[in-house]
Design a protein around this ligand. Structure first.
Ligand SMILES: [Fe+2]
Ligand SMILES: [Fe+2]
Length: 373
């Protein structure tokens, strides 16, 4: 839900007054886990343009040309024959990440008497859970991008978005295959992620699709994939993430380049609505990383587990790092300072404003290109 004006409070935007209220976060969970599909009501205008002048937006045109020559094949370009032993992977990652992966004293907590086997199982389930949410997010991107082909007014953007539809199909394909073939299947979608995707899909304004998906969801994905890519020792997953990231960086750049032009023409009140939408998305994404479904599966009291884990420096670093791409991109779009500083203050409260001066993805995306193409 997006509410405009100075009166918009946390209560109205995210349904709770304290952003860190664990009870409120936990009160939302996915109860229809057996449903085969999920329907979202949405209405939007499909827009034809008669202006076919290719290249009138040169940076989008260059991105489109780059996308056409950077396509890869998820079925043949990845070493699917790699044997993956999830427990061995977790054990190897532990060597890098420290004893139980949390780096905190667990005496007096539900984890106090946990065996090595339980810690290993937690590692395996956490990985499976996280990749499952990426899978569902990728499907969200597939739907959003096909929507953008219809709604965006510019031919260069329609062309580019069409290449992204193919990219996202490939991402859904490879994450689904990895989960199914190597990890024994996927978790259902997390309720907070589903709420966010529903919000993005049900908004009729074309720029909100971009803001929710290309800037927020994909910005977070790019940072999270980077973290996983750098920390995993599993070669198939490492290569899969590397290839997906080369596409994702382009997608985020597409969002920044498109919205920069559109936002330049918006009023302070219209910009404020975008800031509130961005904040709501940021909180929903933070909530979903609490992985409540994993704690339920492991049979530990969820709230207590979250409180313990939230003390882990490793965990705190990961939570903040998820915003490493989002914050500089929001700054580039003028969302931190143009009109008012409302979003800057919210990012300060979330403890992520420190990222504001990192490179934005419109400039940085070429760093992620695959050398072999
Ligand atoms: Fe993707
Ligand atoms: Fe993407």
């Amino acid at each position: 839900m997006t509410v405009t004006g100075d009166a918009a409070t946390n209560e109205q935007l995210i349904g709770r007054s304290d952003v860190n209220d664990l009870e409120a976060i936990l009160s939302i969970s996915n109860r229809d886990v057996d449903a085969a599909d999920h329907r979202v009501d949405s209405r939007f205008d499909s827009l034809f343009t008669w202006d076919y002048a290719k290249g009138s937006r040169p940076r989008l045109d260059r991105l489109y040309e780059k996308a056409k020559s950077s396509q890869w094949n998820g079925a043949t370009d990845l070493p699917w024959s790699t044997d993956v032993d999830p427990e061995a992977v977790v054990a190897a990652n532990r060597e890098v990440m420290g004893a139980n992966g949390l780096d905190i004293d667990v005496s007096g907590t539900p984890f106090e008497h946990w065996s090595d086997a339980q810690w290993l199982e937690l590692g395996v389930e956490s990985q499976r859970w996280m990749l499952s949410q990426f899978l569902h997010g990728e499907q969200g991107a597939l739907l959003c991008t096909s929507r953008i082909v219809e709604t965006v007014p510019w031919i260069d953007a329609k062309y580019y978005a069409a290449t992204q539809v193919m990219d996202e199909a490939r991402h859904v394909e490879v994450f689904a295959r990895y989960l199914n073939d190597k990890l024994g299947g996927n978790y259902p979608i997390n309720a907070h992620l589903r709420m966010l995707l529903d919000d993005i899909i049900s908004d009729s304004r074309w720029d909100m699709t971009y803001l929710g998906m290309q800037i927020m969801v994909e910005g977070l994905a790019l940072a999270a994939f980077g973290f996983l890519h750098d920390t995993t020792t599993e070669p198939l997953l490492k290569q899969l993430l590397r290839m997906v990231m080369s596409d994702e960086a382009r997608h985020v750049a597409f969002g920044v380049l498109s919205l920069q032009e559109f936002y330049a023409g918006l009023s302070t009140a219209e910009l404020r609505e975008r800031k509130e939408f961005a904040y709501e998305a940021a909180v929903r994404m933070r909530d979903r990383f609490l992985q409540q479904e994993v704690w339920e599966r492991m049979g530990v009291p969820v709230k207590e587990a979250m409180q313990v884990v939230s003390r882990s420096p490793e965990r705190q670093l990961f939570q903040r790092m998820l915003f490493a791409k989002i914050v500089p991109n929001c700054k580039k779009l003028g969302l931190l300072d143009n009109g008012d500083t409302w979003l800057r203050e919210r990012f300060q409260e979330l403890g992520v404003i420190e990222f504001e001066d990192l490179p934005d993805t419109a400039e940085e995306f070429t760093v992620f290109e695959l050398a072999q193409y």
